[in-house]
Design a protein around this ligand. Structure first.
Ligand SMILES: Cc1ncc(C[n+]2csc(CCOP(=O)(O)OP(=O)(O)O)c2C)c(N)n1
Ligand SMILES: [Mg+2]
Length: 393
């Protein structure tokens, strides 16, 4: 299989999400759905009016601005790493629609269990930019106090769990949170993010199995970006799609054009409504693409072709949404210029402010590790403090 074209692989059409009326309407507009993906905006820019979510102009603008903010921030962070101003970075360019469209369907009370690549999710939930940058710098404003790997953030103020590095390790946790919400009869749900590579991990299967058996209110957002570092999806699985894996656990898996923000939003909203009303989990496979390297320590030219990059450049999620907004009379060049100016200023100001913040005190390495500090650690802390004061003399 040519990995750059997996987007249009044949598979089963996922229509079970639609109401009966929508199913009938959809039958009349099949030409708008490419392959077996849910699509609202076709590659040619045609709109599927039956599936189009009814969002306000204000919401549409917010989605677009957040996509731009995420992309511009991403480029700046890559540059800052190359300039030695931050140590390491995991970029998300290309995946903005999958991240922002899905997270926008959740409420502030719902919980997000993210991966290291989900900056867009945090930003659409209103994260203060400075918190994100502080973390990348590992300064004393970082909620992790420089103790975590970069991109392994956590922001309780936006209900955004801290990131686990072992692939798929977050998924049983996500199912567990959702099970507890159900037991406590809460009205909240969990959005759990993972990549294509994660579907080969044991934790993926354990999490999906428990979610299915206990009808946990969890929605798995699989960002199928075609690659797990240098391993293409074709080498990850012999299954026709990743979405069909959900069926083995007794719940629906839906394939969505992950570069079509409105399709991602629509699918996630339906899944959330279902989970909230006791209908259990759903997996949403978002077909998208990682436009940049896996991380600042990776060189994708070693394993990807120029043709593949070009193929996906033409499917840039920001361009796709911009074309839609223009058709709807929401976008024009003036709006674009203003949005970019605001975004640039916001990011530059946040970086400038965070670069003034000093690194954490050495003694902070002893904090927030145990609920009750064990004697051995107290001993080490005392030793470190006396070393610090003697070296100052
Ligand atoms: C259990 C485990 N194995 C290997 C790794 C090394 N590793 C880090 S990221 C990654 C790729 C994951 O790919 P995918 O799930 O598709 O997510 P993506 O990076 O594409 O967003 C791997 C193999 C790891 N972190 N954990
Ligand atoms: Mg991947």
């Amino acid at each position: 299989m040519n990995s750059s074209h997996y987007l249009i692989d044949s598979g089963r059409r996922n229509r079970r999400f639609l109401t009966q009326t929508e199913q009938q309407e959809e039958q009349e507009s099949l030409s708008h759905i490419e392959g077996d993906m849910l699509q609202v905006i076709s590659l040619e820019g045609k709109i599927n009016a039956q599936l189009e979510p009814k969002l306000s102009v204000e919401d549409l603008k917010k989605l677009y601005k957040t996509m731009v903010l995420t992309r511009v921030l991403d480029t700046k962070c890559m540059n800052m790493q190359r300039q030695g101003r931050i140590g390491f970075y995991v970029p998300c360019a290309g995946q903005e629609a999958a991240q922002i469209g899905s997270a926008f369907a959740a409420t502030a009370e719902d919980w997000i269990v993210p991966t290291y690549r989900d900056q867009g999710v945090a930003l659409i939930r209103g994260l203060d930019l400075r918190k994100l940058i502080a973390h990348l710098m590992g300064n004393s404003s970082d909620s992790m106090m420089g103790k975590q790997m970069p991109n392994h953030w956590g922001f309780s103020e936006i209900h955004f769990m801290s990131v686990a590095s072992p692939i798929a390790a977050q998924l049983p946790v996500a199912t567990g949170i959702a099970m507890s919400m159900k037991l406590k009869k809460k009205d909240t749900i969990v959005l759990a993010y993972h990549g294509d590579g994660a579907t080969s991990e044991g934790d993926f299967h354990a999490a999906y199995n428990f979610a299915g058996v206990y009808k946990a209110p969890v929605i798995f957002i699989c960002e199928n970006n075609g690659w797990a570092i240098s391993v293409p999806v074709a080498r990850q699985t012999a299954a026709a799609t990743l979405a069909i894996k959900a069926e083995a656990y007794g719940f629906d898996g839906v394939r969505v054009d992950g570069n079509d923000i409105l399709a991602v939003y629509k699918a996630t909203k339906l899944a959330i409504d279902r989970a909230r009303s006791g209908g259990g989990p759903t997996m949403i496979e978002c077909l998208t693409y990682r436009m940049g390297p896996h991380s600042t320590s990776d060189d994708p030219t070693k394993y990807r072709t120029k043709e593949e990059i070009e193929f996906w450049k033409k499917r840039d999620p920001i361009e796709r949404f911009k074309n839609y907004l223009e058709l709807r009379g929401v976008w024009n060049q003036d709006f674009e210029n203003k949005a970019r100016t605001v975004v640039d200023e916001e990011i530059n100001r946040a970086i400038e402010e965070e670069e003034k913040i000093p690194p954490p005190e050495t003694s902070s390495i002893f904090k927030d590790v145990y609920a009750e500090e064990p004697a051995s650690l107290r001993e080490q802390e005392k030793e470190e403090l006396s070393y610090e004061s003697s070296s100052k003399e």
